[in-house]
Design a protein around this ligand. Structure first.
Ligand code: RIB
Length: 310
């Protein structure tokens, strides 16, 4: 098992709007559509699609970097559908259990520029408790991938178990919230976007230079820090130095899932032994391609698509 993702699964209810409403305002939008989402599940799917496929006679193809998802869904139609969608990607879902709680749902509005606003109702995701995690589920992991749509004490326990299993622990600090030092000290690589950087440092980086300043500040607590900057690419700081990876120029349709594509690609590249700058390059291409399509998991690119751009 190369990658273990501990995180959320959500059904995304998406409506297109001309512009986002002001507080207290009502707007009419398009018909809504449902898409498979949740930051954890999206990152697991991104990793599975970006790892090389191996054809197993009679069984279709499985990812060369094994991906396991640890999470919770409800015992309802959404939960059943989300879990099965991961199985179809070749992801191990033995530790993604259906429980007596509603499946997580995300209410997403996407405007004409492809920018989104998201409200998550965590449901079953917030019932994943630290005591539900066991070391066995982390054994053999090279990279453990975490986000913040499950309880913070569960994120911390997962990071500890990842460390015990000898894995690199990657935290995508999304959605934005303040993080205790007790959690950050268990993290090897921190990935934040500009808004999350604002939540952590009080500064909204709007250029690669400012992104690097923020990354340097955060690297006092975590060895390697990556700040993603949308159209301006990503910057990074680590013991090997620092750098800026510009983004691909693409036509933005829907930004949902772009950050998850970046993180999934990063995890696969690190699992395959790539350097941090090369892993970030792969992440930037995967993220840019995800922006060109609607939805979260529906927008995540395959390895072939990313390689064609590289
Ligand atoms: O990162 C995008 C994801 O955020 C969506 O799929 C939605 O479920 C929310 O978790």
């Amino acid at each position: 098992m190369g990658i273990v993702v501990v995180g959320s699964l959500n059904m995304d209810l998406v409506v297109k709007v001309k512009r986002h409403p002001l507080p207290g305002e009502t707007l009419l939008g398009s018909d809504y559509q449902t898409y498979h989402g949740g930051k954890g599940a999206n990152q697991a799917v991104a990793a599975a699609r970006l790892s090389q496929r191996q054809v197993v006679p009679g069984k279709g193809s499985t990812p060369s970097v094994g991906v396991r998802m640890i999470g919770r869904v409800g015992q309802d139609a959404f939960g059943h559908e989300l879990r099965n969608a991961l199985k179809r990607e070749g992801i191990n879902v033995h530790a993604t259990l259906p429980i007596a709680a509603p499946t997580g749902v995300a209410f997403i509005a996407v405007d004409e520029a492809g920018q989104n606003t998201i409200i998550v109702s965590p449901g079953a995701n917030h019932r994943l408790r630290p005591e539900n995690l066991t070391l066995t589920e982390f054994e053999g992991a090279r990279v453990v991938v975490l986000q913040l749509e499950i309880p913070l004490d569960t994120v911390r326990r997962a990071a500890e178990l990842g460390r015990q299993a000898g894995a690199t622990v990657l935290l995508n600090a999304a959605p934005a919230q303040r993080l205790p030092d007790r959690l950050l000290e268990c993290i090897d690589i921190l990935v934040v976007n500009d808004k999350e950087a604002l939540g952590l440092c009080g500064v909204l980086p709007d250029s690669p230079e400012m992104g690097l300043e923020v990354a340097r500040e955060l690297s006092q607590k975590v060895p390697r820090v990556i700040v993603t900057l949308g159209e301006q690419g990503a910057v990074w700081v680590g013991p090997e130095g620092s750098g800026h990876q510009p983004a691909l120029r693409v036509e933005a349709v829907d930004a949902t899932g772009a950050g998850d594509a970046f993180v999934g690609a990063l995890a696969v590249a690190l699992c395959e032994g790539e350097t941090l700058p090369r892993a970030i390059r792969l992440g930037c291409v995967a993220g840019a391609l995800a922006v060109t399509r609607v939805g979260a998991q529906s927008s995540l690119p395959s390895r072939e698509e990313v390689m064609a751009w590289l």
